[in-house]
Write a protein that binds this ligand. Structure first.
Ligand code: SF4
Length: 306
């Protein structure tokens, strides 16, 4: 496990050296595996929380869709499409601070229906939940719960005021009690510093998460961050490399914003330690075509093993 002193030394390296070390770490620890997953925005909008990056917050005027929980046929069709596109995991994502017991039940039924019908692992991202509700999801067939930290403990109050960093940490700890794997990461480009990004990486290491999704802010109209200048791609690549070196054993997964901010540098992110991505679109934004992602994965694995 690298120390904080070692991290300070790594941060002074030029990007190409840092990326080289991260790629070596990735190949030594995880081989040429690439991990693909897909999500469905199963319930959208009208969220009570004020996350400044999010179009689904009821605090902001945005054109994000608003709809209740999707029905079984639509969710099953999306799970099948995810499987066909090459995803090994499919996540049900809902807007909102969390859910009560009555809301958990139909979700558990959807999870069981997917498990019975499609050969794909099921994840869920339903906000802040208590351990007993997480146990119900586990029993229904959820293997991993997604719950981002979003940013560092220090910067969090500048991004969200309706709940705390500790609330999020407690949900992650509750997942452990419910015997669920945890997928947790955050968003780069919220106005945080590199110190903040390192702080989040260390929190994720401390929480022993099983997968780290990294989003890059897409500043969306109507949100308080609509005018935020995009984070430079080089800073994103540096952070990805540092995340790999700090969390060597877990998939580092590129999620929202990878096309918009990284554009042609997506391959560079995979040469800097990333080894997973979300395919088939995000919560309120469309991603690129599955065949383009498949081609990309085959090419990057050829490069890694050549
Ligand atoms: S990120 Fe989640 S909790 Fe925050 S406003 Fe959006 S839907 Fe609500």
């Amino acid at each position: 496990m690298i120390t904080v002193k070692e991290i300070s030394r790594l941060r002074k390296l030029p990007l190409r050296e840092l990326a080289g070390l991260a790629l070596e770490q990735k190949l030594a620890g995880r081989g040429s595996r690439v991990s693909l997953c897909s999500i469905i925005n199963a319930k959208s909008g009208k969220c009570s929380e004020d996350c400044r990056f999010c179009t689904q917050s009821a605090h902001y005027q945005t054109d994000a869709p608003i709809y209740p929980l999707k029905d079984r046929a639509e969710v099953l069709a999306a799970a099948r499409a995810a499987k066909e596109a090459g995803a090994s995991r499919f996540s049900l994502v809902t807007s909102g601070r969390g859910m009560n017991r009555a809301e958990i039940k139909p979700i558990a039924e959807l999870v069981a229906a997917i498990r019975a019908d499609v050969d794909i692992k099921v994840c869920a991202s339903l906000g802040i939940l208590a351990v007993n509700d997480l146990r119900i999801l586990k029993q229904a067939g959820v293997s991993r719960y997604h719950h981002n930290l979003e940013t560092s403990r220090e910067f969090f109050p500048k991004v969200v005021t309706t709940h705390t960093f500790e609330d999020r940490v407690n949900t992650i700890k509750a997942c452990r009690e419910a015997d669920l794997d945890v997928c947790a990461g955050g968003i780069f480009g919220l106005g945080e510093s590199e110190d903040d990004r390192i702080s989040m990486a260390l929190s994720l290491r401390e929480l022993k998460v099983d997968s780290v999704p990294l989003n890059i802010l897409i500043p969306l109209p109507g949100t308080p961050l609509a005018e935020m200048a995009p984070i430079p791609a080089a800073e994103v690549l540096r952070s990805i490399a540092l995340y790999r070196l700090i969390n060597p054993e877990v998939p580092i997964r590129l999620a929202g914003g990878r096309e918009t901010i990284l554009t042609d540098l997506l391959g560079s992110a995979f040469m800097a330690g990333a080894d997973g991505m979300m395919i088939g679109g995000y919560l309120t934004q469309r991603g690129r075509a599955p065949e383009d992602d498949r081609r990309f994965v085959a090419e990057i694995q050829r490069i890694w093993t050549s």
